[in-house]
Design a protein. Sequence first.
Lengths: 184, 118
Amino acid sequence: MWCFIAQDGFSFGGLLLAYGILRFTAVDWPRPDHVLGIGLTAVATFILILSSVSMVMSVEAAKACDQKRTAKWLGLTILGGLTFLGIQAYEYTHLVGLGIGFTSSVFDGVDINDLFGSTFYAVTGFHGLHVTAGVIYLMCIYRGVLKGKYTQGGMSYSAVELVGLFWHFVDLVWILVFTFIYLL
Amino acid sequence: MNDSSHTSSEHGAAAAHGDGHHGSMVGTYVTVLLVLAFLTVIEIFVPIVYDAGHNGAIKMLLLVSLAFGKAMIVAWYFMHLKWEARWVRWVAAMPIYMGIFAVLLMLESYYRGVGIQG
């Protein structure tokens, strides 16, 4: 899992690198915090951090062979991921309504650098796909938890720990994306 | 790769080992959550404080260090790197190379752009 995360980190690194170069060399890049809604995204960021906490709680419960608590915390993690995706879907709809598209960006009736929309959707969309994959992965593990597969002591909890690693990685990447795309 | 996590727990100190370990970890996680929340609030205020467009370098430095600091905290505590073997930490640290690469390429293309314009 660590090797996968490292190579996935390179994928995100590549996207952020391209974004950095395009933005750094552009003369008419708009201030992201003037175009994007920081407040709502801050809430989404906080929800993702909370879902990381519920994830570690679930791993601890699985280590302690407590099936009920493992399921409860894992369920809350899934709920956090779904809420994040819901907020992102709302945000995309809102931005498209404003005129920020994948290939052309219009804000307040004025044409802005088209790359603003392109890089925004490429980076946050790639991350959103990771959240979606993570939620599906979490749901598969949740099924196993309900069957009692991962709370039998020994190393049986490791499947929960591994999904946790992936989930924290998605959270970690979002922390960087939130800063670079929204705040900087 | 998970056995090393036991070194941090009070092995055998508590009568019920599972509960003792659990209790100590919950405290750590809550502290980490509070630190992350606090840093996020600071982060959100940085662009508001530096709204006038001046001090762009300070704003960038503040935001980038806050973001990487938070990312390190998540990796260190939530992803249990604190309790992992050294080689796992090295594997996890590999993508940091992209950061160095990014800075170099951004500076290069920036100065090339300035050269073309001037």
